[in-house]
Design a protein around this ligand. Structure first.
Ligand SMILES: CC(C)(COP(=O)(O)OP(=O)(O)OC[C@H]1O[C@@H](n2cnc3c(N)ncnc32)[C@H](O)[C@@H]1OP(=O)(O)O)[C@@H](O)C(=O)NCCC(=O)NCCS
Length: 321
């Protein structure tokens, strides 16, 4: 490229950059790629990514997406790995020209949805699609597509949670708030920055002119139970023993305490619970061997906490599934 062509190109890029609304920060920043390689950057997206561009493909970003400094997009540049050499002989012997660079099945484009957050130093491989609302954690290495509204971390990036329950995600994807006119988005700002997703969905439906949706009554939050271990006082009777009242560390007391605890957890009368609990350790561990018959055993905390988590954990498809 001659000096004059270079200069003219720079002028063109500068003019394009100046013509872009500063609120569309990412498009402004990548103006040269937009001009030369047709990168498609949505309105209001921002960030400071590193682009490693190898001459094919493009980066497509939706609206309102944030890309932290140091996040790197590697676009094309996949050497063949199934040929005798992975070296690009075209570099050294240009007469034959370059062989096609991308021999993989996927195209080299990287596609980001809207409202995506890519954290610092994440690495995104060519050909990957990252769904709307997804979050890519600090330093993650993304080599596969990421479903909408999931949070991924690690190398290779894996989904650690979903941002919202599935039905909410479906509604968010249907409503596509990012496609609303900016004035409406601004009017929804408090809700967008809030944590009341239901309220946001209702307001967003109104903005879109859609009829209100029949919503299931919000479930009451799981009961938080005070778990107090029995102490050295005798319980009145094994079956009617109050979980919160102290008792001695006899096996019967622990058993009745567990029964009443389970009854409270499951909201059923204690009489309906028929469990044969045994707290004996199976192995002859050191503690078992050295324990005298009169020493009280510790309560089955692990089993109880597992039961408690079964009750209080959201179902698989729910929040942070
Ligand atoms: C991805 C991120 C948003 C997740 O936050 P979170 O939902 O609060 O997740 P948690 O901190 O509860 O972590 C959940 C699990 O993921 C792991 N984890 C979180 N971030 C991780 C990361 N970047 N890499 C590897 N593992 C990570 C945690 O160790 C934890 O594992 P565990 O359940 O086995 O203990 C956050 O960790 C992150 O990377 N923030 C980026 C900040 C940043 O780069 N800002 C730049 C300015 S934009």
């Amino acid at each position: 490229m001659s000096k004059l062509t270079k200069f003219l190109r720079q002028l063109k890029v500068r003019r394009l950059r100046r013509s872009i609304d500063p609120r569309h920060m990412l498009r402004r920043r990548l103006a040269d790629y937009v001009l030369d390689y047709g990168f498609e950057i949505g309105d209001f997206s921002g960030g400071a990514p590193v682009i490693r561009f190898f001459g094919a493909g493009k980066l497509k970003v939706g609206k309102y997406s944030s890309i932290a400094e140091g996040a790197t997009f590697v676009i094309a540049g996949e050497h063949p790995t199934d040929t005798v050499t992975s070296y690009m002989l075209g570099y050294s012997f240009p007469e034959g020209g370059m062989s096609p660079e991308n021999r993989g099945l996927r195209g080299p484009d990287i596609v980001l949805g809207s409202d995506v957050w890519i954290a610092s130093n994440a690495l995104i491989r060519s050909g990957v699609t990252i769904g709307d609302g997804a979050v890519v954690g600090l330093g993650a290495v993304v080599i596969d597509d990421i479903p909408p509204y999931s949070v991924v971390v690690g190398n290779p990036a894996r989904v650690i949670s979903k941002r919202f329950p599935n039905e909410m995600i479906a509604e968010l994807l249907e409503l596509r708030w990012w496609d609303l006119p900016p004035a409406q988005v601004e009017s929804l700002r408090a809700l967008l920055e809030g944590r009341d997703i239901e309220a946001f969905l209702v307001a967003c439906r109104q903005c879109r002119g859609l009829p209100p949706k029949d919503r299931a009554q919000p479930q009451s939050p799981p009961k938080r139970l005070a778990v107090v271990a029995p102490s050295d006082r005798a319980p009145e009777s094994p079956r009617t023993h109050d979980a919160r009242r102290p008792g001695p560390w006899t096996e019967a007391a622990i058993s009745s305490w567990c029964v009443s605890y389970l009854a409270t957890l499951m909201d059923v009368p204690a009489e309906r619970i028929d469990v044969n609990m045994t707290f004996e350790k199976r192995s002859t561990s050191r503690s078992r061997r050295t324990r005298s018959p009169t020493t009280p055993r510790s309560p089955p905390w692990r089993a109880i906490s597992r039961i408690a988590s079964m009750r209080t954990r959201a179902p698989d498809d729910a929040w942070r599934g």
